[in-house]
Design a binder for this molecule. Structure first.
Ligand code: GCO
Ligand code: CA
Length: 255
């Protein structure tokens, strides 16, 4: 039965930045396919609330509160997972921030903050997960890039550069970790209806631009990433490595 290829029963997935937005939607999707999920965020209260909601829906949910820009906190979180004998089979590097300002006015500190949160975080968390996946000879890493992994828009340079970097980090992970049984791939969401984009959705001109520029003439819903996440997290993608799948309504493919 081909659908069994998508079954995540018995697997554990850590999704960074998963108390809300795309990360939460991806965690819900992976749980719906049978995975035990470890939610992550920096706000323990918001994290626990999300975990309770998912448990109420019948999912098996743990939480690991840490800041993805704090290497010591990341290492401590993995040490706790080790101590609790929780093996991470699937890592989704989703956590990230946005910061909109033209480069001529952009402080280097703000540039660095976005790069640290969106790109370096995926390397550090990815390395900690991969060290353990390599010992077991298998693992799935899914980096959440963006439409902007390949296309730039004015005023969001550090985000664009970080997302472009995530696409290449995915390929670097594939290059080094494929022989260890670890598959690294990426998802490139388009314009999604998330808190991060709330100001854009509320702007009639920007909303019109997105709808005009997107072949499917609409914003994406976070839950529309679940299927691609399940695919990349499951045996259905057993020979896929170093790829990015754009879930963007076609925006990155057309003028
Ligand atoms: C922006 C948006 C985008 C989206 C998404 C598009 O300011 O243009 O925040 O960056 O978040 O990444 O793919
Ligand atoms: Ca979000």
């Amino acid at each position: 039965m081909s659908l069994a290829l998508f079954d995540l029963t018995g697997r554990t997935a850590l999704v960074t930045g998963s108390s809300r937005g795309l990360g939460r939607a991806i965690a819900e999707g992976l749980a719906g396919a049978g995975a035990r999920v470890v939610l992550n965020g920096v706000n323990p209260a918001r994290l626990e609330a999300a975990a309770q909601e998912m448990r109420a829906a019948g999912h098996e949910v743990l939480t690991a509160a840490f800041d993805v820009t704090d290497e010591a906190a990341i290492k401590a979180a993995f040490a706790r997972l080790d101590a609790d004998r929780i093996a991470i089979d699937i890592l989704v590097n989703n956590a990230g921030i946005q910061f909109r300002k033209p480069m001529l006015e952009l402080d280097t500190a703000d540039w660095q903050r976005v790069i640290d949160a969106n790109l370096t975080s995926a390397f550090v968390v990815g390395r900690e997960a991969a060290r353990r996946m390599a010992e077991r000879g298998h693992g799935k890493i899914i980096n959440i890039g963006s439409l902007m992994s390949g296309l730039a828009r004015a005023t969001v340079a550090p985000y664009t550069v970080a997302k472009g970097g995530l696409k290449m980090l995915t390929k670097a992970m594939a290059a080094e970790w494929g022989e260890k049984g670890i598959q690294a791939n990426a998802i490139g969401p388009g314009y999604m209806l998330t808190d991060m984009n709330a100001a854009l959705v509320a702007d009639p001109d920007f909303d019109a631009w997105v709808k005009g520029r997107t072949p499917m003439r609409r914003w994406g819903r976070p839950e529309e990433l679940a299927g691609t996440a399940i695919y990349l997290a499951s045996d259905a993608s057993s020979y896929i490595a170093g790829q990015i799948i754009y879930a963007d309504g076609g925006m990155s493919s057309v003028l």
